[in-house]
Design a protein around this ligand. Structure first.
Ligand code: 5GP
Length: 205
């Protein structure tokens, strides 16, 4: 059985990273898609684990080599998802979680019809401002850009299948896990056209 692609998106500051860290801790059969990024590494981030940090020239070369499933310029920097990484997980039967911006999620929607699209929203715009400011990771210009971009981003929720309003981390993690569990139990994912469970394919032959 192939792995499932879970695409998590939402405005910067909604709490996507906090949710995904908890979800990845508790889920064995779930990889994280480590994106390429041209922005500067934050002190707490690890190259190769949080992102693969590259220069704009390196990013351009990867783009030429057709390495990206999707890519986008987000709040002034380039980010891209590795096609190979996603394919490797899916082909080996491992689910994979992508954390991408809205433009990226919409590109994946065109490329992967059976992926799962989850929008993470803050409880309010005011709370988003508060979180981004208190996170202290952005300079004034980046903060302004992220808050401005969030207005359009929040309107795109209609294109997604699931909505998690992140007002409480534990609650949001539980909701996220419920989505993963439900998607893994979908009959069309585990039973083929003949009514056989893919899981038992080898044994029934
Ligand atoms: P940050 O700089 O705060 O880590 O991320 C900024 C935004 O870029 C977030 O909304 C995050 O979801 C998005 N992002 C991270 N990786 C990718 C990627 O590979 N592709 C796209 N399109 N967006 C990404």
């Amino acid at each position: 059985m192939k792995g499932i692609v879970f695409v998590m998106s939402g405005p910067s500051g909604a709490g996507k990273t906090s949710i995904l860290k908890e979800v990845l801790k508790c889920n064995k059969n779930l990889d994280f898609s480590v994106s390429y990024a041209t922005r500067e590494r934050r002190p707490a981030e690890i190259d190769g684990k949080d992102y693969i940090f590259v220069t704009e020239a390196e990013f351009g070369k990867l783009l030429e080599e057709n390495e990206f499933l999707e890519w986008a310029k987000v709040h002034g920097n380039y980010y891209g998802t590795s096609k190979n990484q996603v394919k490797k997980s899916v082909d080996s039967g491992t689910d994979i979680l992508l954390d991408v911006d809205i433009q990226g999620a919409m590109s994946v929607m065109k490329a992967l019809k059976d992926a799962v699209y989850i929008f993470v929203a803050p409880p309010s715009y005011g709370e988003l401002i508060r979180r981004l400011e208190s996170r202290g990771t952005e300079n004034i210009e980046s903060l302004r850009m992220r808050l401005e971009d969030a207005k359009w981003e929040l309107e795109q929720v209609k294109h997604f299948q699931y909505l998690v309003v992140n007002d409480n981390l534990n609650h949001s993690v539980s909701q996220f896990e419920a989505i993963i569990t439900a998607e893994r139990l979908r009959v069309d994912r585990i039973v083929n056209e003949k009514g056989e469970r893919f899981l038992f394919e080898e044994k029934t032959r």
